[in-house]
Design a binder for this molecule. Structure first.
Ligand SMILES: *Cc1c(COP(=O)(O)O)cnc(C)c1O
Length: 434
C-alpha cells in the first residue's frame, strides 16, 4: 500500500516512509492511495470473529504488499489482546466500549498497533529510533504504554508539570525501561514547542533518528477502523440501518469510521458529536472552514480548535461539501448539557458514561429527534472509561465510580520523571547527552 499527501495526490510514499515521517514534507497528512473493499464473505463470517481476527483480515487487506501475512498476524494479535464489547442500552441503542485497553481509552488501539508495526519495519535498520511526544495527558499515556518494551525504539515524553491529573502523571512516569518522562516547568504549548524545535535542530538530527507518534500518524488511524467492524459483528440483526455517534476532537476517530464505510461497512449516518469546540459543525452548516481557539471543557480530549484530520475528510470526499453532509451529521453541546446527560444515561439505562461518551449520547438523541426513523440501530462510541473522569461523574451521580485494577496498579507505583526547564537549550543538551 502506498500513501499520498492530502496536499498533493502525486506526493506518494511507502508505508515505512509514511509512518516515520508522520506528516508529509509538503505539510499534508498521509492517506492510503486505495481503500480496500472487503468481500461479501467477510461480512458473512464476521459474526464468529474475535476483535483480533477481524483486525487481522483488514490489516492484511491494507498491508499485504509490505508485510507477510504471518507477521501481520503476530503484530495484530500482540497489539489487540483486548476486545471492544457492544453493550446494549435498550433494543435500539448500544454503547461500543473502547476503553478495555491498558490506558482505558480508545487511543490504545492506535498507539499499540503503531508501536508494533514501526518496531517491525525498523528491525533490519541498524539505528535505534527515538519517539518524541509532547502530551497533555491521554495521548502520552497511550503512546508510552503502546511502545513500552518495543525493541529498537526509545520514547521521550514531555508533559507540563502540575497540569496533568495524578492518574495521568502516574501512567506517564511509572513505566521505566525504554520510556523516559520529562516533567517540563511550563505549559503544554511549551512542551510542543520544545518537540517542534528538536525536530528542526541539525545537531540533534545528527545525533539520533527521531520520529513522532502523534495522532495524525497513519499507523494510528488505520487500526481505529477495525473496531467499527467489531461493532457490526456483534449486532443481532445485520440488516438494520446503522447510525454511529462519534465523540470528536481532532476527528481521527470519525475519519477511521468513514474509512470503514469506504471499505464496505454499511453505516447509514455518522454523527460528529462535539462539545462547544464546533469548528467542524460550523463547516458542515456553512461550507466555510474557520479554525478557532480551543475552549476548555469537561470532555477535554475534544477541546480542539483546528482539527487536524479535517483535511483527510476533505480528501476522502474530494472536497465535496454535499457528499460530506450526506454522510455526516453533527451537533454541539455545553458542559451543562453534558453533566445532565451523565445523569440521564444513568437513570434511564443504569449505565455510567464518561463526559466524552455523554456528548456522543446527546448528539445521537438530537439526531433521532430530528429524523423519525422506523427502523435503525444506534451505536454510541464510549471513548474512555468513566473512572478516568471520576470527579465529574461522581459529582453528578453521587456514587464512587469503581477504579479498574490497571489504574489502581499505576497509582501505587513510584513516579520517575526528570525535571527540565522550558528552555530549548536544556532540552537540547539532555537529548545530546543521552
Ligand atoms: C482523543 C479523544 C477523543 C477525540 O478523538 P479524535 O480522534 O481526536 O476526534 C475523544 N475522547 C477521548 C476520551 C479521547 O481521548
Amino acid at each position: 500500500m502506498k500513501f499520498y499527501s492530502t496536499q498533493n495526490k502525486k506526493n506518494i510514499v511507502t508505508l515505512k516512509e509514511a509512518i516515520l515521517q508522520g506528516i508529509a514534507d509538503d505539510g499534508g497528512l498521509f492517506m492510503p492511495t486505495e481503500i480496500p473493499r472487503q468481500p461479501q464473505s467477510f461480512f458473512r463470517d464476521i459474526r464468529k470473529c474475535t476483535f483480533a481476527e477481524i483486525a487481522n483480515r483488514i490489516a492484511n487487506s491494507f498491508f499485504h504488499d509490505d508485510i507477510p501475512s504471518r507477521d501481520i498476524e503476530s503484530i495484530v494479535f500482540n497489539a489487540f489482546d483486548f476486545e471492544s464489547p457492544l453493550v446494549p442500552l435498550n433494543h435500539r441503542l448500544s454503547v461500543l466500549e473502547l476503553f478495555h485497553g491498558p490506558t482505558l481509552a480508545f487511543k490504545d488501539f492506535g498507539a499499540r498497533f503503531m508501536a508494533r508495526i514501526l518496531s517491525y519495519l525498523m528491525q533490519y535498520d541498524n539505528s535505534e529510533i527515538t519517539i518524541l511526544v509532547a502530551t497533555s495527558g491521554d495521548t502520552g499515556s497511550a503512546v508510552a504504554n503502546g511502545f513500552h518494551n518495543q525493541s529498537g525504539i526509545d520514547v521521550i515524553l514531555l508533559y507540563p508539570s502540575g497540569m496533568v491529573s495524578e492518574v495521568q502523571e502516574k501512567q506517564l512516569t511509572t513505566l521505566a525501561g525504554n520510556i523516559t518522562a520529562l516533567e517540563v516547568d511550563g505549559t503544554f504549548d511549551d512542551c510542543q514547542r520544545l518537540v517542534k524545535s528538536a525536530f528542526l535542530d541539525q545537531d540533534i538530527k545528527r545525533h539520533r533518528r527521531f520520529s513522532s507518534a502523534n495522532s495524525i500518524n497513519i499507523a494510528r488511524l488505520i487500526p481505529q477502523s477495525f473496531y467499527y467492524f467489531a461493532a457490526y459483528s456483534q449486532l443481532e440483526n445485520h440488516d438494520t440501518p446503522l447510525i454511529v455517534s462519534v465523540p470528536a476532537g481532532n476527528l481521527g476517530n470519525l475519519t477511521a469510521g468513514l474509512i470503514a464505510k469506504e471499505m464496505g461497512l454499511p453505516v447509514q449516518k455518522f454523527i460528529a458529536a462535539l462539545n462547544v469546540n464546533k469548528v467542524f459543525h460550523n463547516y458542515l452548516n456553512s461550507g466555510e472552514y474557520q479554525a478557532l481557539p480551543a475552549i476548555q471543557t469537561l470532555s477535554n480530549a475534544m477541546d480542539v480548535g483546528n482539527p487536524s484530520n479535517f483535511t483527510r475528510i476533505l480528501a476522502l470526499y474530494e472536497n465535496d461539501h454535499t457528499k460530506i453532509t450526506n454522510t455526516i451529521y453533527s451537533a454541539s453541546f455545553s458542559d451543562l448539557s453534558t453533566r445532565q446527560a451523565i445523569k440521564e444515561i444513568y437513570s434511564k439505562f443504569g449505565y455510567i458514561m464518561d463526559p466524552h461518551g455523554s456528548v456522543g449520547y446527546l448528539a445521537m438523541k438530537k439526531y433521532l429527534s430530528e429524523n423519525i426513523l422506523s427502523n435503525f440501530h444506534g451505536i454510541i462510541l464510549e471513548t474512555a472509561h468513566a473512572a478516568k473522569f471520576s470527579s465529574a461523574v461522581n459529582e453528578e451521580l453521587n456514587i464512587e465510580v469503581e477504579i479498574p485494577k490497571v489504574l489502581k496498579e499505576s497509582l501505587s507505583r513510584k513516579k520517575n520523571a526528570i525535571k527540565i526547564s522550558k528552555d530549548f537549550a536544556d532540552f537540547k543538551s539532555f537529548l545530546l547527552e543521552n
